[in-house]
Design a binder for this molecule. Structure first.
Ligand SMILES: [Zn+2]
Ligand SMILES: [Zn+2]
Length: 335
């Protein structure tokens, strides 16, 4: 599952052991994701050099980057007369399942209010939009009506750990904030969290497709418009079965891709989607209205070699772009 080249890349780039690199890659399952997340962690940790001393004991790097501990500089400013004006973010202790997946960062009130006010002035964002996208409540109660003094008082208490920091920023969504308690349930029983605003997926999204077989053949008949190439024929077989005591009827579908570079690329993405149970689901058939049948799950396939878009066939100039977008929306990206 983990390639040696990928491990080497991590060892060289981040100066970590092979064992650690392998661990990271296994944790994320996806090479690009692992780089993103790992870089994010490093950036967020080593820029913090003014952490108050009472927080220093709570620095708890996730198992992933214990080796970076030496790189975290802790300077105790409390003994000096003047501390830094804006205190850095404390780390999130990555204990909860959502925090493990998103590597979120806690956002105390001062930082959040400054961000929102900046957006209101420079981007003309309506203050009503600064609410948690899940519960639709203020991030911090009435935070935009508090005086600067009140905000600073609350902020200091948060930094010192006297009151909790309830708002988090997900690691890839630099402008999207949530209540910690609202994100947490999203990660329960699943290996992924999806940002409700931009749809970015953290972790690996798995679907509920029943067991099945994806069979691939190369056939000497071209897709219309791709006469120079053979075609890739994909046969999906999902047998009837039952899940949680509920029966569903299976399906067999045949789909085609031209056997060229782009077709092969999409085939690889479809294989990943299939292995993550994302291509089919159990639902109601749009064509027959029958319940509890295995149906497509939003990733479009060409079920005909010809006839154009109207017949779910080729040619269809925007099909590749669309199917890649549909795959990306489920966390599967082209290399
Ligand atoms: Zn909320
Ligand atoms: Zn987002």
């Amino acid at each position: 599952m983990t390639h040696f080249g990928e491990i080497d890349f991590f060892v060289t780039k981040f100066k970590i052991s092979r064992k650690k690199a392998k661990e990271i890659l296994i944790t994320y399952g996806d090479f690009d994701e692992a780089i993103d997340e790992f870089e994010f962690q490093i950036n967020n940790r080593i820029t913090v050099d003014n952490l108050p001393s009472d927080k220093s004991t709570s620095i708890n790097p996730s198992p992933m980057n214990e080796e970076l501990k030496e790189e975290i500089k802790v300077i105790d400013n409390e003994s000096k007369e003047e501390g830094p004006k804006i205190l850095p973010k404390p780390y999130t202790v990555h204990k909860s399942s959502a925090a493990m997946i998103t590597r979120w960062v806690e956002v105390p009130i001062r930082e959040l209010v400054d961000f929102c006010k900046y957006q209101m002035i420079h981007a003309k964002v309506d203050p009503k939009e600064f609410i948690c996208p899940i519960c639709r409540c203020d991030y911090y109660n009435d935070m935009l009506t508090l005086s600067d003094k009140e905000i600073d008082e609350l902020d200091t208490k948060m930094i010192k750990g006297e009151i909790s920091i309830d708002v988090v920023m997900l690691s890839k969504c630099k402008k999207h904030f949530y209540h910690k308690d609202c994100v947490e349930p999203m990660a329960k029983d699943t290996a992924s969290v999806k940002c409700a605003i931009c749809g970015v997926i953290y972790g690996t999204l798995y679907g509920d497709m029943p067991a099945g077989v994806m069979e691939i053949r190369h056939i000497p008949v071209p897709c219309e418009g791709y006469e120079k190439y053979r075609s890739i024929e994909i046969i999906y077989t999902i047998p009837s079965g039952s899940k949680d005591g509920k029966r569903h009827s299976g399906t067999q579908r045949i789909a085609y891709l031209p056997d060229n570079e782009e077709g092969k690329e999409i085939l690889e993405l479809l294989k990943i989607a299939f292995s993550r149970r994302l291509l089919f689901t159990v639902g109601t058939s749009i064509t027959t209205g029958v319940n509890d049948v295995v149906v497509w799950n939003g990733i479009h396939h060409k079920t005909s070699l010809r006839g154009g878009a109207m017949s779910h066939g080729y040619p269809d100039p925007t099909y590749f772009k669309r199917v890649k977008e549909e795959l990306a929306a489920k966390g599967i990206h082209s290399k």
